[in-house]
Design a protein around this ligand. Sequence first.
Ligand SMILES: *Cc1c(COP(=O)(O)O)cnc(C)c1O
Length: 363
Amino acid sequence: MSRRVTATIHLDALRDNLARVRELAPGRRVVAVVKADGYGHGLERVARALADADAFGVASIADGERIRAIGLDNRIVVLSGIDEPDDLKAMRSLSLEPVVHHDSQLAWLEADRDPSPLRVWLKIDTGMHRLGFPMQRAAEVYARLAALPQVAGRIHWLTHFARSDEFDVSATAEQTVRFDAVIAGLGGERSLANSAAILGWPATHGDWVRAGGVLYGVSVIAGRTGADFGFRSAMTLSARLIAINSVARGEAIGYGGSYVCPQTMPVGVVAIGYGDGYPRHADSGTPVLLRGRAAAIIGRVSMDLITIDLRQHPEAAIGDEVVLWGPQLPVEAIGERADTIGYELICGMTRRVDFVERDDADA
Ligand SMILES: *Cc1c(COP(=O)(O)O)cnc(C)c1O
C-alpha cells in the first residue's frame, strides 16, 4: 500500500504496564486514565486491554459512552464532571461518576430531583489552581454532598499535582500535607497520585491512583523514560523509506535549506511528516531507526516527508521500514528534540495513520 504510516499498538505492553502500576502501588485501586482517545492509542482498544482496571478515567461523557458501547462495566470517572444540568441524566443512564469541582456543579446536583443513585468524586484544589474547590470549603461541600439523597456510597476525595514530575521539589509533599489536613476527620476515599506521583511519591498513593502516561509506557520525568521505571512502550510509529538520493557536497536539504551536506552523501526520504502527527519541530539530528539502527533526520520536517542521513546505512533499500518511535526508540527522546513531551506526540496521530493491534501474548 502506498504511503503507509502505521501506529502499532502493543496490547501486551498495555496489560504489563497496568500490572507494573499495581506493583508500584500495591493494594491501591487503579483508575486507568484513557482520556484523549486513550492517549492517542484508540479508546476502545485500550479499554479492552485494560479491562482489569478498577475504573477508567475519561474527560467526557462521550468517552464513557464509547466504553459502555463495547460492553465494559468498569467504574468510569468523568474527570471534569458535568457541564450542564442535563448531563446528570447521561451520567446515570451510563453509570458514570462525575467529579464535582465547582459551585455550579454542586448547585445542579442540589437542584436535581432524580432519586436514583450517583457516585461522586469531590475535587479539592491544593495548589494546582486549575479545577477544584478551595481547601477551606472542603468540609462544607462534603457535608452538602453527603446530605443529598441521590449521592451514593462514600465520597471520593480527589486532588491533582502540579509538579509531581520534579522529585527534588517540595511542592508535591506540600500539596499532600494540605490535602491530608483538609480531609482529616472526614470520611471517604482518597485519590491524589498521577503517573509521576506513582513513580516518585509513594506517600501520595492513597486509596486510588490515577495512572495515565505510564500505562502507555511514557514518562514525564525529565531525562528518564518509562522503560527506566519498568514500563513498556505501547506504540510503535513506523513509515517507509521511499527514495534514496545522492546529494552533492554544499547542497542544502529541504525547506529553508537548514541542513547543508558536508560531503556528497546518500539522503533517504521517508514518507511521514507533520501531516501524520510527527512533530515539525524535531530538528536535524533527531533519531529514527532503520533496520534497528539509528539514523538522523536532516533538514526540516515537512507535511508528508522527512529526510534522513544514510551515510552510515549502505544497506538501506527502498521500501525499508523506518521506526519513528517505539520500544527501541523512546518517544520521550523525540519529544525532547521537538520541545515537547512524549504525551503530546502519542496523542497527536492524525487520521491518515493506520492503527494496527499487536499482542505478543498471542504469538
Ligand atoms: C490526565 C489526568 C491524570 C493522569 O495523568 P498522567 O500524568 O498521565 O498519569 C490523572 N488525574 C487527572 C485529574 C488527570 O486529568
